[in-house]
Ligand binder design. Structure first.
Ligand SMILES: Nc1nc2c(c(=O)[nH]1)N(C=O)[C@@H](CNc1ccc(C(=O)N[C@@H](CCC(=O)O)C(=O)O)cc1)CN2
Ligand SMILES: Nc1ncnc2c1ncn2[C@@H]1O[C@H](COP(=O)(O)OP(=O)(O)OP(=O)(O)O)[C@@H](O)[C@H]1O
Length: 204
């Protein structure tokens, strides 16, 4: 194993354990703070991807409810059955059925009619295991988001990582394929990274 890979593996285990150890009350407060922040960032947008929580991840379900109330199109990631290691994004509505995927995460059943082209998404709010102030992201280790996003433009969709404050690390060792985040939201911070600063030149 390379140094980078082994450090990322060690950090992944540490930060997964840390977020899993948060109390239900801490998770609830985090989710409420997140809903306000997501809502404010989504104001001038129409199509927004989120995720359903797993493994102690910060819970965006309250944010999703707010977005529905404001008539936004909410999407969820679905593991692409036709393109190994990639995600597609499908519409998520109040009556969407959510069977569990291979990792036990609820996701819409694959349906080509429900797929939304990734280049039309305004914001992808992404789960993460760890992050640093440069916008580097450590995920679950499947490479799904990195592979899926490798084909999109550097400014669209806007990539926003969602995390608990305890998931921040000084500096993550990065891999060549890592796609940096524009913004990272935690219950107490809206961190605009150096990649995100370029977005101020564009309407969000
Ligand atoms: N909530 C949420 N949804 C998501 C992701 C995510 O990180 N969080 N993903 C982001 O990519 C995709 C799923 N990727 C995942 C990759 C690995 C594991 C996982 O639990 N891995 C186990 C090993 C499981 C096995 O191989 O049987 C582990 O590492 O313990 C979970 C999700 C799509 N949906
Ligand atoms: N663009 C890509 N093309 C091909 N393989 C990739 C790409 N991105 C990631 N991978 C593969 O995915 C594996 C996992 O990558 P990494 O450790 O960066 O995942 P992660 O960022 O934690 O996961 P995720 O993106 O699913 O949240 C790597 O071993 C790498 O080989």
């Amino acid at each position: 194993m390379t140094d980078t890979k082994s450090i990322r593996t060690t950090l992944r285990a540490r930060f997964r354990a840390l977020r899993q150890s948060l109390s239900p009350n801490a998770q609830q407060l985090a989710s409420e703070a997140l809903a306000l922040a997501c809502n404010s960032l989504s104001k001038n947008t129409q199509v927004v991807a989120l995720y359903l929580p797993n493994d102690g991840e910060i819970d965006p379900t309250l944010a999703i409810k707010h977005l529905w109330q404001h008539n936004k199109h909410v999407l969820l990631p679905v593991i692409d059955p036709n393109n190994k290691g990639h995600l597609i994004f499908q519409r998520y509505e109040q009556d969407t059925k959510l069977p569990l995927n291979q990792y036990g995460i609820p996701e819409p059943k694959y349906d080509p009619a429900e797929i939304v082209d990734i280049t039309t998404i305004d914001i992808i709010f992404m789960p993460l295991v760890g992050f640093d102030s440069q916008g580097n992201r450590l995920g679950m280790g499947g490479g799904y988001y990195d592979r899926t996003l490798s084909a999109v433009a550097p400014h669209k969709p806007v990539l926003i990582g969602l995390a608990h404050d305890c998931q921040q690390v000084d500096r993550l060792p990065v891999e060549v394929w890592d796609i940096p985040l524009h913004i990272i939201l935690t219950p107490s911070q809206k961190l605009i990274t150096k990649h995100g600063e370029k977005l101020f030149e564009l309407p969000l």
